[in-house]
Design a protein around this ligand. Sequence first.
Ligand code: HEM
Length: 495
Amino acid sequence: MEVEVPWFFTCTVLVSLFYLFFRLVIKPKLWCNCEICSAYLTLSWSKQFHNLCDWYTHLLKNSPSKTIHIHVLSSTITANPENVEYMLKTNFHNFPKGKPFSMILGDFLGRGIFNVDGDPWMFQKNMASLELGKLPIRCYAFDIINCEIKTRLIPLLSSFAQGKQVKEERVLDLQEVFRRVSFEIICWFSFGIDPRCLELSLPMSKFSTAFDLASKLSAERAMNVSPLVWKIKRALNLGSEKELKRAIQIIDVLAKEVIRRRRKMGFSTGNDLLSRFMSTINDETYLRDIIISFILAGRDTVASGLTSLFWLLAKHPNVVSAVKQEADRVIGENKDLTSYEQIKQLHYLQATVYESMRLYPPIQFDSKFCRDDDRLPDGSLLKRGTRVTYHPYAMGRMEEIWGTDCLEFKPERWLEHDGVFSPENPFKYPIFQAGFRICLGKEMALLELKMVALALLRRLQIELVTPPHRQPRFSPGLTATFSGGLPVLVWPLET
Ligand code: HEM
């Protein structure tokens, strides 16, 4: 390690200098000294903002078109719903994920659904939609989530709540608990396998860490001024690229074991997604890629949604009371949920979950590449190859979309006068994306968020350890992650 550090720095500095020289001297018109680009390059934005997404939000709020350009990254960022609709639906074919994106995530996600366009995307989408679109799948999902909550989540939290006397020992990282739970649920649901039955040489926590690291390091590749930086580091197996390679090797062990186990159990009659894919695909690497994408889709996003939901709820006891009152009315006091139909009647709970993700979307921004020169509805001109990003995190904070109380956590904004939940235009609220590539697991995700939230709120009292006014800081990654986790104290509720 002592030998590698100077190498890694020398290399990065040399590549960056070469790149700056290239931009300044050889292609001077590509260089930009505008305020935004300078703040990006010098990191001066970080003096005022904790998170990059907060700085972008500030810039987008102040832009009359709600679109900004970061010239040094060839990047356009928008919080304008008309632009979002144009990219995701009207002119969808001109805004694929593109090669630069799939290269950045290629080592981690391979040819999995998140990382491909065209035929491979269509094939995986069709296969997955056939399964996820079926009505019985919701009842199947309900049973899996219910079982996980009753047999694992509640016993774990209850034993924690009761077992420890010293206050410090009762601190629990709720984000980590949610990751574990959502990982188990997505494995059961997508692969028909209880991950606790896998025969693995490492503890599950190691795979979890490897997943987080691969997601973080892959996302960080996109923050380099030039892809040359990470490509050279990868070729020389240095620094973060060496770490990424190691993390991916660990993840591969997990994927291989999932495939082995599914083969052993048989897949011709399985109801799960993996069995469906295995009945048409023999290519082991392709199956690995599909598995990784589904774990990523279902683990980190749901855990992120739950973490910010509980962070907000801990600061809004009035919302907690309203959720519990509705549940007592619909399900009955001290009675448990019994069916998928019952949860559909919990409108206030649904509004709470939507409102929480409006302010804290699990996927804060999402990028596409412009295939041919184009013009967005707000008049922004796009050159071929521009990275175009829509920004749900900033969109949730736009007065023009949500009104002057946009920064307040108010589930009521989603309810009609009769208390019935009313959804928003998905291009104003692209939390699950929208248009042709809308999230295929949306219903499953909402079900999981609502069931876990309800089960905990009705049984436990949860208190934040960090001061409630402190705003979250996010770690770099593909999904929003609270840096430092969500430390809480839990107590059983007095009945
Ligand atoms: C709160 C939880 C979730 C959120 C916020 C969310 C959000 C999203 C978003 C923004 C995308 C578009 C990503 C992109 O194209 O770059 C997406 C795609 C996708 N999601 Fe989700 N997701 C969630 C949970 C899930 C779950 C639980 C599953 C699986 C059961 C799932 C399956 C998928 C799949 C397969 C795609 C790819 C769709 C395509 O490219 O056609 N998601 N999701």
